[in-house]
Design a protein around this ligand. Structure first.
Ligand code: TXA
Ligand code: MG
Length: 339
């Protein structure tokens, strides 16, 4: 069932489903979330089953505001003070904060960890839903585990058809990639997943912040989600290439995903070609906003081979680079700058 995010009647219907333990996909400003009552362990277990999500990967609790978040944490005054500063600067918005969990947070939400991740989404439909519910909504991205996150209501059905009672349609999401995850349990706060809120912005608020360390991918990753392959479209052969390799690829069967400026600089002169192409904006925010929708379009066109032209090795591209690295084979990493 599709519900209309611009109808208060439909938002109430979504709230009813959630209150009786059902699953509803809803829009946030980053990507669509697969929501369930975050204080009901059975409802949260249903999220894991619907997504095929490994049980060791905890989910984010979504709240309307900082006051609601505080009730979910059992943090020290110093930790809370940092969280308050971040909330002032970035909430509601695409920042998730990890702090020690209050005793009433179900273990399944935390995947057994002592901490819990919380975020106040900025999307007006998510805000309206949360204000009616007055409950935290557990919500990972609304895709089957390992597939790209949905940035349109229609993307949800592509991987979760039949597994979710309703999708609340709030239009295309604005940020397009998942939130920045910040660990505030450590002495020096550290970024567990890069997103729209950058390390530089966090440093302005917190001082020292440990930037995202992609080499922590793997079994010992601090954020359990980093242990698993992610964001991969159902395209069989997907890899990155350099701008210099484009000429050789031009008359191959490969579909191409690249920045518009790169296309104009390196491809326009190569003449027409038969293969599919997705041209994305030249700036990192625009590229992030359109990336997953482009991957879903290429899937729809039954593309089997995709080459993604590498993005600049600059910190502004960290979040996009991380998602590309997970969807393809490894990209070279930018050397971390000093915390
Ligand atoms: O933008 C977003 O964050 C979206 C929307 C729906 O809010 N949600 C999202 O959820 O991306 P998900 O489940 O796909 O990713 C949550 C990430 C995972 O990498 C998970 O491991 C990490 O947050 N995480 C959750 N709880 C954690 C915890 N207690 N400690 C460390 N990492 C945690
Ligand atoms: Mg996800």
């Amino acid at each position: 069932m599709t519900l209309d995010g611009s109808s208060s009647h439909d938002i109430e219907k979504a709230a009813e489903i959630l209150l009786r333990g059902g699953l509803v996909a809803f829009p946030t400003e980053t990507v669509y979330g697969l929501g369930a009552n975050g204080l009901n362990p059975q409802a949260v277990e249903a999220i894991f089953a619907a997504k095929g999500r490994p049980a060791d990967n905890p989910v984010i609790l979504h709240v309307a505001d900082f006051a609601q978040a505080c009730a979910l944490w059992s943090a020290s005054p110093a930790q809370l003070e940092r969280a308050a500063r971040c909330a002032d600067a970035f909430w509601p918005g695409p920042l998730t904060m990890v702090l020690p969990a209050a005793p009433n947070i179900p273990s399944v939400v935390r995947a057994g960890l002592p901490s819990v991740a919380v975020r106040a989404p900025a999307h007006p439909v998510a805000q309206a839903l949360l204000r009616i519910l007055q409950l935290p909504l557990a919500a990972p991205s609304a895709n089957r585990s390992g597939r790209p996150s949905p940035t349109l209501a229609a993307h949800v059905a592509k991987t979760l058809e039949g597994a979710v009672e309703a999708v609340l349609d709030g239009g295309p999401t604005e940020v397009g990639i998942e939130s920045t995850v910040l660990d505030l349990t450590t002495l020096v706060p550290r970024i567990l997943r890069p997103g729209r809120v950058s390390a530089a912005e966090l440093r302005e608020v917190l001082g020292e912040v440990q930037e995202y360390r992609p080499d922590e991918l793997g079994a010992d990753a601090a954020s359990p989600g980093l242990r698993h392959r992610h964001y991969a479209p159902a395209i069989l052969d997907i890899a990155t290439c350099t701008e210099a390799e484009l000429a050789a690829l031009w008359h191959s069967d490969a579909a191409l995903l690249l920045r518009r400026g790169v296309f104009e600089r390196s491809c326009a002169r190569l003449g027409p070609r038969d293969g599919q192409q997705e041209l994305l904006p030249d700036d990192p925010h625009g590229f992030a906003r359109d990336l997953y929708a482009a991957l879903y379009r290429l899937e729809q066109q039954h593309v089997h081979i995709l080459r993604v032209v590498d993005v600049p090795l600059e910190s502004a591209w960290d979040a996009v680079r991380d998602r590309l690295r997970r969807a393809t084979s490894a990209l070279p990493e930018r050397a971390a700058t000093k915390a």
